[in-house]
Design a protein around this ligand. Structure first.
Ligand code: AMP
Ligand code: ZN
Ligand code: FE
Ligand code: FE
Length: 287
């Protein structure tokens, strides 16, 4: 494989958040798609990183540790991808532990609301199905379908779980700046996920000021024109360029892995920045 043709998918989920693939299935799919590198970016957790790294090792695929943090900018939810994080960093683990506790309490609250609407779902059913530290609305939707309380995942969201529907509960979010700082302090690189899904670009200069390293120009839901728009923005603000499919396995229709193929040169730049961040955090560790 010549250097120029190597490709990566830097936005992937497993069943450690709301994807359906195990790490082993995900990596097997990556091999089938002829990807040379991948990053795991489960929501608010890094639990899946060790098994995914091991699976990548077995198949000779390069692995980059990652996560997708839920954050907020100007009242809008945005997602910040963190790459190359030190998975043992105590502060990082404490902070995402808080996110996870909030997510678990939120499940209980959503179930309570459903019960008040005479939908007899049990929180334990959701936790058993989710079987991970970062459960979310997709797991509630799946549990509702499994219990025969709704006919489909879409129905679950439309009737109950979408924003401002009766069982919707807002999610705790840190500010984009806090998420960026947390990623930096953990030796990682902070990248704004799928900017094309946001309502506006207004927050981007503010996030750049807050230390944002990169922007996800290539994403399943970005048209060629949108990708081009964010490539220009990356050039203007000197941001790293990343891309990924945001594959959730089978939970959102067809598996998307391999449908967005990031040229490897961007992975190299990302790795170089991560190495700088790691070196900077190492210098700050008190003797
Ligand atoms: P949460 O992090 O718990 O708020 O859940 C967010 C997840 O729910 C994301 O993966 C979304 O893609 C998914 N989601 C949000 N709205 C819908 C919807 N209308 N139908 C299906 N999935 C949705
Ligand atoms: Zn997701
Ligand atoms: Fe996202
Ligand atoms: Fe994602």
């Amino acid at each position: 494989m010549s250097l120029e043709h190597r490709c990566a998918d830097l936005h992937l989920h497993t069943y450690f958040s709301d994807g359906t693939y195990s790490p082993e299935e995900l990596v097997a799919q990556a091999q089938r798609q002829d990807l040379q590198a991948l990053a795991l970016t489960d929501h608010d957790t890094v639990e899946g990183c060790a098994p995914t790294a091991a699976a990548c090792d077995r198949l000779g695929i390069e692995f980059i540790a990652g996560t997708e943090l839920t954050a907020e900018q100007d009242g809008h939810e945005i997602h910040i991808l963190g790459y190359g994080i030190d998975l043992e960093n105590p502060r990082f683990l404490t902070e995402i532990g808080k996110f996870q506790a909030v997510r678990q309490n939120r499940i209980r609250e959503m179930v309570q609301r459903l019960n008040q609407l005479n939908v007899p779902l049990q929180a334990e059913k959701v936790f058993a199905l989710a079987n991970c530290r970062a459960p979310g609305r997709p797991h509630v939707a799946r549990a509702l379908v499994q219990a025969g309380l709704v006919g489909s995942l879409d129905e679950a969201f439309e009737r109950f779980l979408k924003k401002n529907r009766p069982a919707w509960v807002p999610k705790f979010k840190m500010s984009a700046r806090e998420a960026t700082q947390l990623i930096h302090e953990s030796g990682g690189v902070a990248v704004m996920a799928h900017p094309g899904l946001n309502r506006s670009d207004e927050g981007i200069p503010i996030m750049v000021e807050g230390g944002l390293d990169g922007i996800e120009c290539f994403h399943t839901k970005h048209s060629a024109a949108i990708s081009e728009h964010y490539l220009q923005m990356a050039a203007r603000y000197q941001l790293l360029v990343t891309g990924g499919s945001d594959c959730h396995g089978l939970s959102k229709g067809r598996p998307l892995i391999g449908s967005v193929r990031l040229a490897y040169e961007h992975v190299e730049k990302l790795k170089a920045r991560a190495a700088e961040r790691r070196a900077a955090t190492a210098r700050h560790i008190p003797a």
